[in-house]
Design a protein around this ligand. Structure first.
Ligand SMILES: *[C@@H]1O[C@H](CO)[C@@H](O)[C@H](O)[C@H]1NC(C)=O
Ligand SMILES: *[C@@H]1O[C@H](CO)[C@@H](O)[C@H](O)[C@H]1NC(C)=O
Length: 295
């Protein structure tokens, strides 16, 4: 009897939970993307969000900037110098842009009145996270790169002994000399963070926010990291529960108009098509297995 009673109470609880929870409806999202190739990734997300009835407001520069093509072959040193000065200037321009937004009281009022639910931004250049902090809104990052290097560097432990620095060309199995080389590459990242990129964000932090903050601490406050990578093509490394791996999300599912490579290989009748297709099949099944085991 007691059993039936508790069952009844449980069912009643379930029914009331279902009927009293607010129905899920669209959100109001402020988007601060990065121009250029990063926009391709953001666009895919935005199209899907729009299709699901969310309101999107996108902040963008009135002019697109673009890196002009390099005509002559130039030395590695020159490229590095060029790259560092480019980094310096791009982050300077965008942090000043964030400061201008903060100074424009009527714009800030409009943004506050719009009652956004969250800010979606790509932190490769990070005025978006500054704006989110200023408006006190939750942040979702669409991320692979942060102003100084790879996204994991900001939130997950990154032991230099087995995690190759970006650009080092190393693997997770390093000799002593390779680890030394790896440390050197981490040194470059720290240098960038400390002297090239970081100071621009420090200026904004000091002027507009109470308490200590810098680019890394502001990034660490982000709520969800939609990470454009996957362990299928990355070495094992520590991660965090608020990182969601979305690597490959830009790929559209296959259709009869655009079949997977195996089908196309078999259709073309080339002599090695079958062995190539077989190898590819084995590869995709390994990838699927890896995804299944959650690696
Ligand atoms: C989206 O915008 C429209 C028009 O401004 C508004 O009527 C609607 O309530 C908004 N939806 C959400 C989820 O904010
Ligand atoms: C790491 O590399 C060394 C030398 O190339 C090799 O002997 C060793 O088995 C490798 N270890 C792992 C865990 O792959």
């Amino acid at each position: 009897m007691l059993q039936y009673q508790s069952c009844g109470i449980f069912a009643l609880l379930c029914v009331s939970l279902i009927s009293f929870t607010p129905s899920c409806d669209g959100g109001n999202i402020l988007v601060f993307p990065v121009d250029g190739s990063h926009w391709i990734n953001m666009k895919v997300l935005l199209e899907e969000l729009h299709a699901r009835g969310h309101n999107l407001t996108v902040i963008r520069a009135s002019t697109r900037y673009g890196v002009t093509a390099l005509k002559h072959s130039i030395s590695h040193f020159k490229i590095t110098k060029f790259f560092l000065s480019l980094l310096y200037n791009v982050h300077l321009i965008w942090t000043q842009c964030a400061a201008q937004i903060f100074d424009d009281k009527s714009l800030i009022e409009t943004l506050l009145d719009s009652k956004y639910d969250l800010v979606l931004t790509d932190p490769a250049i990070a005025p978006g996270v500054l704006l989110a902090r200023y408006l006190k809104l939750p942040v979702v990052l669409n991320v692979r790169w942060i102003p100084s290097g790879e996204g994991h560097l900001a939130i997950a432990p990154t032991p230099a002994s087995y995690i190759p620095a970006p650009g080092s060309g190393l693997t997770d199995n390093m000799t002593f000399l390779q680890r030394t080389k790896n440390l050197f590459f981490y040194g470059i990242i720290l240098f960038q963070q400390r002297f090239i990129v970081g100071p621009h964000y420090d200026v904004v932090c000091q002027k507009y926010f109470e308490g200590e903050c810098d680019i890394i601490s502001v990034l660490q406050e982000a709520d969800i990291w939609l990470f454009r990578s996957d362990f299928v093509f990355d070495f094992p490394r520590p991660t965090m529960p608020n990182i969601v791996y979305i690597g490959g999300f830009q790929c559209s599912p296959w259709t009869f108009k655009n079949p997977p490579l195996t089908v196309r290989c078999q259709a073309c009748g080339c002599p090695h098509a079958n062995s190539a297709a077989g190898a590819l099949d084995r590869f995709t099944s390994v990838v699927k297995e890896l995804q299944h085991t959650g690696l």
